[in-house]
Structures are given as structure tokens and as C-alpha cells.
Design a protein. Sequence first.
Length: 178
Amino acid sequence: MTKAELVECIDAYGTDIYSFCVYLTGSRQEAEDLYQDTFLKAVELHETIRAGQNPKSYLLAVAVRIWKNKRRKFAWRKRIAQVQTWTEQQDAQSCGAVEQSAEEQYLHGADVQAVRDAVEALPDRYRIAVLLFYMEGLTVAQIAAVMQIPEGTVKSRLYHARRILEKELEVVLNEKRP
């Protein structure tokens, strides 16, 4: 991929990669760092990116690998010397229509926040698969390539994540049923 194609790729997928980084890290500050590191690595490896072979998946895979490496380094450093991190809370962004009453908007925002909290509480192996599948719209095969695991493992992780989320969100789901 040429540098001009890489710039087009950044323009096309930049917001998707950034939002994925925000969900992955849970902090806008850490997400910005991860986003920059991802595209710095993409600039370094621009010759290995194939424009015809879904560059978005490639960039997501780079982001996941960088994030895992940072977490591994932080865990190692934390074992050596206790380090405290500052994490800012995510903005609660609700997608309410203008016609909804204030009560409906509040309830919808509470439901959205409950789902976000439940996804955030998932173990990393499940959470990454869920975010890639539902947020980024990747197929099971693409997720397997991004995470470098077999497709069956991706299906299993999605299945288990759904069961955990169903159990965690049972109250929210039961309120919506007539």
C-alpha cells in the first residue's frame, strides 16, 4: 500500500478505529494514545498492508496487539512497583430521539449505560470478540484473523459472552418485554 492509499485508509477508517480504541481502553486519554500508536505502526508497516484485503481488519488487529502489549507491560511494572493509574470515566452518550419525553430519554440512556457496563465487565477475551463483532461488524473469520485464533474459538467466545451478558442484563431485558 502506498502512503497516499494509507492516508485514504486513515480518512475512511479513522473514526471507527478511534471508537474501537475508546471501547477497548475505557478511557479517552488512553484511546488517543492507542489510536496514535496504531497509525504510527501502520505508517511503519504501510508496505505490508494490502488495500484489497480489508485494511480495517488489519488496523484493528494492530490496535489489539498494541493494547495487549501495553497491558502486559503495565501488569509487569505493577508487580515490580505499585503504580496507580488515572482513568477518566466514559461520557454517557445516549441516542435519544427528539420526540421522546425526558423520562424515555433517561430510561433509554440508563439501558445503554447498563449494556456498556456489562460489556466492560466482560473478561478481555470475550469483550474484544464482542466489540469486533457487534461494534465493528467484522465476520467470525475476520475476527479470527485479527485475534489470531481459530474461528471455532471466536464462535465459542461470542457464545459465552452472550450468555454472560444475558445473565447480567436479565433485569433490563425483562422490563422491555410486554
